[in-house]
Design a protein around this ligand. Structure first.
Ligand code: SF4
Ligand code: SF4
Length: 428
């Protein structure tokens, strides 16, 4: 998660690195390129040159490129014997580079221009759906026009089939809250769930209500994840303040989300407000209430499922659910579903290469990492490729299409909804 460091603190954090090289064994970008600049140890060494005053932020193209090519996957952080918070340092560095050299056009258009405004994302999703279902898409592909757009042109094939209606538009279909609720929940619907994976959200709300939760679904804004990873802390703080004020006013027992990125970001909102006394306390209260849906369902008495789901499922861990206490609940959930067989996947922890907009900005590296992930899925021989993050789902579905593989990408809660025999969530 992102923090802004003071100069001395930044240097102290970097100096924690003892250059042991353990990160070389786990860093996906280094595994693909074999380039020493593409691993935590070297990224930190380059940032140290700035922290020591030898260069200014944004001055060295090699430094900026090395920092922007990090996936922020935290594999190095989880395996670092010196507890170096490499992902935080990378986000801090991106924020400083943006302050010094201006925000890249992509960040301005995609993050501030679209993700900061959920209504614009909904309109864009509708337009993309029209494009996907018209002749225009095959014409554009055949014309070679996408090649002119270079990396941005390659982003087109990453999109999943866009559903007819957003999650927001489908909410009136759901049964209302029951009268026997034991838990007061706010469901946080992330941008990608609302626009592209409403089926995850429908399943989550139905499963929660079935398990005696009173679920409110307020109108929220982006969690700020894309902005933080792009190094736009000011906008992430603005969005976080809106979410904190909107949701805490409803006085929930827990704030539940089915997007691993949203939960990972919002669990650490307090780090954004260390210098803001007006929001520090509120952000701590907010962050403590955030639960990934699997984590929340693992903490309550779950109603048993009466139906089964035939088949075999394997799990890809989103980077934000990498910690063992967060990686365990989805597996426990699948094991409770009658008739479903769970098999572990090799390298389940390895980033899928999606990493938010990484697939669009660094398509070649992203696709090579994805290929490794697909090898793991094929070896598992599973029918379902399960993940708790819409950004991973998008990348994994792309992987299945790209490599012509059989399989279905689902959220764990969708399988539970199926075992409860709920029909609404199944609609695409
Ligand atoms: S594992 Fe940690 S201490 Fe070792 S080189 Fe990488 S960042 Fe430095
Ligand atoms: S966060 Fe991931 S991509 Fe970045 S240096 Fe660490 S392991 Fe490598």
């Amino acid at each position: 998660m992102a923090r802004e460091y003071g100069k001395t603190e930044l240097l102290e954090k970097i100096l924690q690195c003892n250059r042991c090289g353990t990160c070389q064994d786990v860093c996906p970008t280094y595994m693909i390129t074999g380039n020493e600049n593409d691993v935590a140890r070297s990224r930190l060494r380059l940032i140290r040159l700035v922290a020591e005053g030898k260069y200014a932020w944004g001055e060295e193209a090699e430094l900026s490129a090395s920092i922007r090519s990090c996936l922020l996957c935290k594999a190095c952080v989880s395996n670092c014997p010196s507890n170096v918070p490499t992902d935080e340092i990378m986000m801090h560095a991106r924020n400083e580079i943006n302050k010094a050299s201006g925000m890249p056009l992509f960040n301005r258009l995609a993050y501030r221009g679209v993700f900061s405004h959920s209504d614009r994302l909904s309109i864009l999703a509708k337009l993309l759906r029209m494009y996907q279902r018209s002749f225009a898409s095959s014409l554009v592909r055949k014309s070679g026009f996408l090649n002119l757009l270079k990396n941005y042109g390659k982003a087109e094939e990453l999109l999943p089939p866009i559903p007819a209606r957003s999650l927001k538009a489908r909410l009136p279909e759901l049964l209302p809250n029951g009268l026997d609720s034991k838990h007061r929940i706010v469901y946080f619907s992330g941008c990608a769930i609302n626009a592209f994976y409403g089926r995850f959200g429908m399943a989550t709300i139905e499963v929660l209500r079935h398990n005696r939760c009173h679920v409110d679904v307020p109108s929220v804004v982006c969690c700020g994840g894309p902005h933080l990873s792009g190094g736009d802390f000011a906008e992430a703080r603005r969005l976080a303040r809106i979410n904190i004020d909107t949701i805490l006013a409803l006085e929930p027992d827990a704030i539940v989300t089915d997007c691993a990125t949203c939960s990972g970001i919002m669990k650490e909102y307090d780090k954004l407000f260390e210098d803001d006394p007006a929001y520090l306390e509120k952000s701590k209260i907010f962050a403590e209430k955030i639960k990934d849906i699997n984590e929340f369902l693992g903490s309550i008495d779950l109603r048993p499922a009466e139906h089964g789901v035939r088949g075999t499922a394997t799990i890809h861990n989103p980077c934000h659910l990498r910690e063992p206490h967060l990686a365990k609940p989805p597996r426990q959930l699948l094991r409770q579903i009658p008739e479903l067989t769970f098999v572990a996947m090799d390298d389940a922890d390895m980033c899928c290469g999606g990493a938010g907009s990484y697939g669009a900005l660094h398509p070649d590296t992203s696709r090579t990492i994805l290929e490794k992930k697909m090898h793991g899925f094929v070896a598992s021989e599973a029918d379902y490729l399960v993940t708790s993050c819409p950004a991973c789902a998008m990348q994994l579905e792309f992987g299945l299409r790209r490599h012509n593989l059989k399989g279905t990408v689902v959220h764990p809660v969708e399988l539970l909804a199926k075992a409860y025999n709920f029909k609404r969530s199944a609609e695409k």
